[in-house]
Design a protein around this ligand. Structure first.
Ligand code: PEP
Ligand code: MG
Length: 575
């Protein structure tokens, strides 16, 4: 038995078998040429194998993620079935007397150049992304390497990986995955957030896990502790039994808490707190409603773009409208695209940046790709007639940016009006406060916006200058730092002064230790990870808002995070 420790990304206990997720090495020696006939046969075989793989993924995904995702692979299948495309590669083998791999890559490069001369619209971007994907698949099959994909997993898989990105997990086989452990990744990296929304136990920042684990090893992931996760590899009989019992106990505790899910979220002295769920898809919303969610304070729409294609206006409209209807007129805050940072949209083929979290991210990327942004805004305005949709902009660092986004809303509304399409031209517009600049400008932003919501995951990263995805410096990522808490207080006060409400939609809002302080600082809405809803309702119903004010005052007056946490822990124990 081996025991490793990692950072807690998403709570729970998972028992299963190791599935090692590793990118294959696609390098080859171009001088190894087996003769034109053999190379052509190799190419034919690689095409057939690629087709069979795609067919299998398509069937699995249509079943597990819904029929609409099957179409992503249909486009790629068309490339494989295009005889002209294959003929070009076969001719290249003859022409260049080269390996099938070389011929394939040269033909791809030719198309890449062709596309670079075409207009950069989302249709062309998508076609090139499909071609790149399919060429990579054929190349891998030519080299006889196994696919690294999470879309088809053996039953009871615990995924072990060096690092996972949202684009890897977006198409993950949800039926068969039990949890995951990664060597890299910080606590509020987006895979950690995705794991939470799926209620999947997960650990990140687990050094040595790739070396210490082999395919099909028995793995138990114990993530009950907020501070640390334990990973047992091939546990002995006694440990296995103990953990099975612990899993059963954990399950029963969660079941008992679930009874709280429909109670009103109100403090003992009558202060109502709006408790909403963070979601990234319609499936997430269904899960969240199962945990009692009545509204959503953060719909991360970029997750819709990570599954492999760029959803167009109609598809986006359908998803947003469906979400609004599912919430039956309750609040649905939809955040516009927050691509960049650790959220890569492969189809956009964006250049790599040295500092992606400080780069072309969130609203900046939307301004740079106005077409993409306007398509989303039109879909949102159309969907807004079906419920209480509010639109929120990410990564705002100036009033000018907010006004620029608002102007584009007006433009999207004008376009819809001229086409005679039903829409709501003026839904409430909110600002995400997640940069220090937005905190300093909270007064001005709250004056112009309908609400503000604090993204404490980024706010912590930018206030403390610590990369949220870098496990190596996770000890510097301190969300309970007095600097962060004071920023929250300043923002909530600025919102109140302008007669607007302030919410928190970062992970801090799901942490029981933070709840009394946030309420005491004047936060009126908490948008949390769905599975935390029942326990937060139970906690808030036991709080007194005046006492929360005292707790908040004391907490922000302390000088260090250690003191603040120790104080809050003591307060919680006494309650
Ligand atoms: C945040 O930054 O706190 C937030 C809610 O947005 P995201 O985690 O998607 O960056
Ligand atoms: Mg953010």
């Amino acid at each position: 038995m081996k025991i490793l420790t990692g950072l807690t990304a998403s709570p729970g206990i998972a028992l299963g078998k190791a599935f090692i997720f590793k990118m294959p090495d696609l390098r080859y020696d171009p001088s190894e040429f087996a003769g034109p006939e053999t190379e052509k046969k190799r190419l034919e075989a690689a095409f057939s194998l690629s087709k069979a793989e795609l067919e299998k993924i398509k069937n699995t995904l249509s079943g597990s993620l819904g029929e609409e995702y099957g179409h992503i692979f249909r486009a790629q299948m068309t490339v494989l079935e295009d005889d002209d495309f294959k003929r070009e590669i076969l001719d290249k083998i003859d022409e260049g007397a080269c390996r099938a791999e070389t011929a394939l890559e040269e033909i791809y490069k030719m198309y890449e150049e062709l596309f670079s001369e075409m207009e950069e619209d989302s249709y062309n971007i998508q076609r090139l992304a499909d071609l790149a994907d399919i060429c990579k698949r054929v190349l891998r099959n030519l080299l006889g390497k196994e696919e690294a994909s999470l879309s088809v997993l053996p039953p009871e898989s615990v995924v072990i990986a060096e690092e996972l990105f949202p684009s890897d997990t977006a198409t993950m086989d949800r039926k068969n995955v039990r949890g995951f452990v990664t060597e890299k990744g910080g606590l509020t990296s987006h895979v950690a957030i995705l794991a939470k929304s799926l209620s999947l136990p997960a650990a990140v920042g687990t050094p040595g896990v790739m070396k210490q684990t082999a395919k099909n090893d028995a793995v138990v992931l114990d993530v009950r502790n907020f501070e640390q996760a334990h990973i047992y590899i091939n546990p002995d009989g006694a440990k296995q039994k103990e953990l099975e019992a612990a899993q059963e106990q954990y399950r029963r505790k969660q079941e008992a808490l679930l009874k709280m899910k429909d109670l009103e979220c109100i403090t003992r002295d009558g202060l109502k707190i709006v408790l909403s769920a963070n979601i990234g898809s319609l499936e997430d919303l269904t899960v969240a409603q199962g945990f009692g969610a009545k509204s959503s304070g953060l719909f991360r729409t970029e997750f819709l773009f990570l599954k492999g294609d760029l959803p167009q206006e109609e598809e986006q409209y359908r998803v947003y409208a469906e979400a609004a209807k599912k919430l039956g007129g309750e609040m649905l805050i939809i955040r516009t695209l927050d691509i960049g940072g650790d959220k890569e949209v492969k189809a956009l083929n964006l250049p790599k940046e040295a500092n992606p979290f400080l780069g072309l991210r969130g609203i900046r990327l939307c301004f740079a790709h106005e077409d993409l942004f306007l398509t989303q805004l039109r879909a949102l305005l159309r969907a807004a007639v079906h419920g209480d949709i509010r639109i929120m902009f990410p990564m705002i660092s100036s009033v000018r940016e907010f006004r620029g986004a608002r102007a584009l809303i007006a433009r999207a509304a004008a376009e819809l009006k001229s086409r005679g399409i039903a829409h709501r031209p003026d839904p409430p517009l909110g600002v995400m406060v997640e940069t220090p600049a937005a905190v300093f400008l909270a007064d001005e932003l709250a004056r112009e916006a309908s609400f503000v919501s604090m993204g404490t995951n980024d706010l912590t990263q930018y206030i403390l200058s610590v990369d949220r995805g870098n496990e190596g410096i996770s000890s510097y990522y301190r969300t309970f730092s007095p600097a962060v808490l004071r920023a929250i207080g300043v923002t909530a006060a600025a919102a109140a002064k302008n007669g607007k409400w302030a919410g928190v939609c970062g992970e801090l809002a799901s942490n029981p230790l933070a709840i009394p302080v946030l309420i005491g600082l004047g936060v009126k809405e908490l948008s949390v990870t769905a599975s935390a809803i029942p326990s937060i309702i139970a906690q808030i119903r036991n709080l007194d808002s005046r006492r929360c004010g005292e707790i908040a005052n004391k907490a922000v007056s302390l000088a260090t995070e250690e003191e603040i946490k120790a104080y809050l822990q003591e307060e919680i124990r006494e309650n």
